[in-house]
Design a protein around this ligand. Sequence first.
Ligand code: GRF
Length: 217
Amino acid sequence: MAMLNVAVLISGRGSNMQALVRASHEPDYPAKIACVISNDPTAGGLVWAQKEGIPTAVVNHKDYGSDREGFEAALDAVIKKHDAQLVCLAGFMRILTPWFVDAWRDRLINIHPSLLPAFTGLHVQQKAIDYGAKVSGCTVHFVRAEMDHGPIIVQAAVPVMADDTELSLSERILEQEHNVYPIAVRWIAEGRVNIHSEKCFILGEGEPPSLICPMIR
Ligand code: GRF
């Protein structure tokens, strides 16, 4: 089976990146993490990836000042240098311009810790609590120029408990993020994800389904 080369873009601890790397070590997993790139040289995930022997790179946005396209051109060059065919944003804290998003259209995905389209932006677990949502979760989606929008590949739902804090809900959601991100990458690598009218259709969907809904614990 042909391997899909994946670039993972991080800005912090990179636990979703780690979940993707672990999945890529499973037998028959059809994707390989070709490089981990951070815009922040202090990102903890870089150290972890290096220990795993994965090529890493830093493209520091601060080196580019207000030149967003210069920053993105540098990112693009590193991604291409590693022959990546898919780019996974995993806690990458820079907003990408339409130039980059269009250049990687349908080959650029993101994980977001809410059930989109609800609760976009930052601190979305707290937003779900403040809103009184009974259910939240996470979404893996193709990236479009509008932040936290784009065709949904897979979602996992978790309950919001009455006594949840931002931290406790974040942890419950994060466990599911680590579950669903590798599923989305697998489906893309297997060529099973089609987009029609900005909606994803998964060929032969079934096990696992594209809605993960673990039991309330
Ligand atoms: C995750 O909650 C992800 O959904 C959001 O940023 C966080 C990154 O965490 N986009 P990590 O760096 O993957 O641990």
